[in-house]
Design a protein around this ligand. Sequence first.
Ligand code: SAM
Length: 616
Amino acid sequence: MVLNPVLGKLVSKRVVLASASPRRQEILTNVGLRFEVVPSWFKETLEKSSFAAPYEYAVETAKQKALEVANRMHEKHLRTPDIVIGADTIVTVDEQILEKPADKQDAYRMLSRLSGKEHSVFTGVAIVHCSSKDNQLETEVTDFYEETKVKFSDLSEELLWEYIHSGEPMDKAGGYGIQALGGMLVEYVHGDFLNVVGFPLNHFCKKLAELYYPPPKHNVQRKKYDSIPSVDTFENLSDGESESSNFTEHKGTSKLDSSGMCSSGALYNFETSSMSESGAKLPSKILELLDGFRASKALFVASKLKVFDHLKDKGPLKAVDIANEVGTSVGGTERLLDACAALGLLEKTPQGYSNSDSANTYLTSDGEYSLHGYIIHSNDHIWPLFTNLESAVKEGSRQNHRAFGKKAEDLFKDYYHSQEVKQRFMAAMHSIAHLTARDVATAFDLSQFKCACDLGGCTGALAHELVQIYPNLKVTVFDLPEVIANTSYFQPSGQHTAPVTFVSGDFFKDNLPEADLYILSRVLHDWPDEKIHVLLSKISAVCKPGCGILLAEMVLDDEKKNRSTALLQSLNMLVQTEGKERSGSEYQGLLEQHGFTNVKIRLTGNLLDVVLCIKT
Ligand code: SAM
């Protein structure tokens, strides 16, 4: 609990961890930090001999990893984070740096050097604060390192090889993981254990304390935080003092960042102070979850009433004016608007309410990246389904019959039975596809492909992005006839759309258009494995060697424990489909059974991740 107030300073910020390490993610998740994971593409290839000390190498690598992610997210627009955390862990023995072993022989070489000796584990950490000025990324880097000494017992050849064959050494600095089997090799640890696991949490919190609670200017005797300040210490620091920091927080308000999302990807956040004024402990995270549905519903109702549309481009309006415009009660409207303002969706001044920048971009029905369609679909379709989650969990099946009083043959027949529901569903798909299209299209270099077919491509949002990025690519959007007949409303105006064509058909039954790249974006998650095999075998039958499949899905981690947005989406699939979200290994298994190998997975940091594989 003592750490939470320091980490609480990050709660209203979009925090990104530039590391794919599940161990780092777990350490930070365990203390309640909410962050996105965007693994860095920075190659760990700095010249080690150019650093005077090993820790300098680790710190520089951590910094470069974080800066690469900050730049990439900024360049891809809309995604400038507030803070990017980079980390690099190395092991040194006899002045030599050991990173991750390249293969089993390399692991053997490393571990036998560590046998019976003390070695050092250094983790370099970089905390990069980002801001965007005139569309230029500005960064401010704070870095540090932590050293922990570890001694291994004498390791017999047999033990060494047994450990190597366990597979554990392969993705770990120095070739061992202290938190699992590797713990058996260790005689003692001097220093921060978590530093050996991959992230020096204690030092990280001290650094945050230095950054967010700097000593007051008038205090001549500068106080160094060599311990993490307790809650009392924080309470003694007034707001005035914290204003001397570059990272001022407005106490008692919760603001959306420039992208409209807080670190977890949720559109709201709550005070997460973990102690009440009286010092009583508050289960902040649980309270936040408990209240989550109220915040969602407030957003849904404001969207449904088109509050954000009414406020767009208008000066501040009083509750009574908005109530008159949307035809609601003044008292009820005022409470809704106040809640929206407290959630950071609106701004409230003595003159009235106005949209936040994020509301203009994402919540108005014609905003550039409008989520309006998705919000209405969530309110009208997903909400009733989720109220039957308990039955879905008990029965293990979809709940359309309970939510809507009828049992349909398949998911899409449900959506397409009425023009209104179909339009709403397509608008929802379009919202997310438009928001994710750039990251999906650029996750891999697709310039080798000449002709793509987006199966279940719906409104063509991804197809249009692809032809912008790859001018030599032609894309066919293939979808059910009910959808294809309805796509004109969603087409970009005033653009040359020739390379995108629309073809109607059923991908389970009809011939597929010819292509050298087949795209399945949010399609496989709708179906059980049996149906996926039917579809993949059809694609495989028309694919020549060298052709590819590109999947865009929320990819779960293999242990299915880290990515709450994706795991909640999997629950969402339970209540409404026979499908589910799958892990990278599960997708790989499905694809390989149909001759698609060289499976590469890229976590984009956006809502959808991307898998590319090639027919051999
Ligand atoms: N790919 C789009 C995206 O990512 O936004 C839409 C995803 S939506 C979840 C699934 C799409 O698959 C819908 O557009 C639906 O109409 C289409 N679809 C479902 N069954 C189909 C079938 N048998 N043949 C062709 N398209 C189908």
